[in-house]
Design a protein around this ligand. Structure first.
Ligand code: AMP
Length: 298
């Protein structure tokens, strides 16, 4: 495959190339890289929705070659989490990826990513991975170790110029940015806004778990965050968190956490200051664990 084939706009509507073998993917990308083409990577766990598509479209607009990875990463699921029932539909994902102009889908089998004897991990220490979802009573820092390990492997395999992530997973973004900085990984990290349903619910593959009653309740998360931002700006952060809590209570949603933190280093903040403040929420609604957040910029 040569560069012309890879970046030919005529195959933007349907001619996506699927790779399952790392070495074949690398070989396919080598000519493009040699010719100076820019490579954009969008890591996903599939079951694509508009949130994923927004990342793919941004990558398409900014890169010569767009690679989407499709891998439900067991290492980022804890015991008792939803690895087994995580929704999967590769055929549909390939179609949507093709429509979004993706050139290459990389969908390796689990054994290829974690072969026998796999023993190396990439871990961001400290508060970044120890709070919010990383709190030991919640998903724990092991979740982020799974994320940073697989993202490093994807970076090494694809060697993208730019990698695209969603603000929906705010803590993941903070952790990946820190990893890229600390390990001098030569990639630019682009973060795109959270894409939402009409009622504000952040799009997520896990929304598929919501039955009609839970789907109704789930809208409370984004309402709570909107209330938090408005009230925090009008009064103060404490009042903002109370307003958010009231929205959740009204929908009978008990948050796992509802916290205000520095958006970059995730240290706790008591007041809006001169740095962006993250308000993050997680809650079990029906059979789904949902997360959402808003960043209040000064
Ligand atoms: P996932 O397949 O859930 O691992 O998500 C793959 C990428 O899509 C991650 O960078 C997510 O942050 C991003 N993403 C997921 N949901 C949304 C959304 N509603 N809006 C924007 N990006 C999203």
């Amino acid at each position: 495959m040569n560069l012309a084939e890879l970046v030919d706009p005529t195959h933007a509507q349907g001619d996506v190339k699927l790779f399952r073998v790392k070495d074949e993917l690398r070989a396919a990308l080598a000519p493009a890289r040699r010719d100076g083409a820019t490579i954009g990577l969008v890591p996903t766990m599939g079951c694509l929705h508009e949130g994923h598509l927004s990342l793919l479209r941004a990558a398409r607009a900014e890169s010569d070659v767009v690679v989407m990875s499709l891998f439900v990463n067991p290492a980022q699921f804890g015991p008792g989490e939803d690895l087994d029932r995580y929704p999967r539909d590769e055929e549909r994902d390939l179609r949507l990826a093709a429509e979004a102009g993706v050139d290459i889908v990389y969908a390796p089998p689990v054994e290829a990513v974690y072969p026998d004897g796999f023993a190396t991990h990439v871990e961001v220490d400290g508060e970044l991975t120890g709070v919010l979802d990383g709190d030991p009573s919640r998903r724990g820092s092991g979740h982020f170790r799974g994320v940073t390990t697989v993202v490093t492997k994807l970076f090494n395999t694809v060697q993208p110029d730019v990698a695209y992530f969603g603000q929906k997973d705010a803590q993941q973004v903070a952790v990946i940015r820190r990893m890229v900085r600390d390990l001098d990984i030569p990639v630019r990290v682009e973060v795109l806004p959270t894409v939402r349903e009409a009622d504000g619910l952040a799009m997520s593959s896990r929304n598929a778990y919501l039955d009609p009653r839970a789907r109704g309740q789930a809208g409370a998360l984004s309402r709570a965050l909107r209330a938090a931002e408005e009230t925090a700006r009008a009064e103060d952060l404490d009042a903002g968190l109370r307003a958010a809590r009231a929205e959740l209570d009204a929908a009978d949603v008990e948050p796992e956490y509802l916290e205000a933190r520095d958006a970059e280093n995730l240290t706790e903040v008591a007041e809006l200051g001169d740095r962006p403040t993250l308000i993050a929420v997680a809650a079990h609604v029906g059979g789904a664990r949902l997360i959402d957040n808003v960043v209040i910029r000064p």
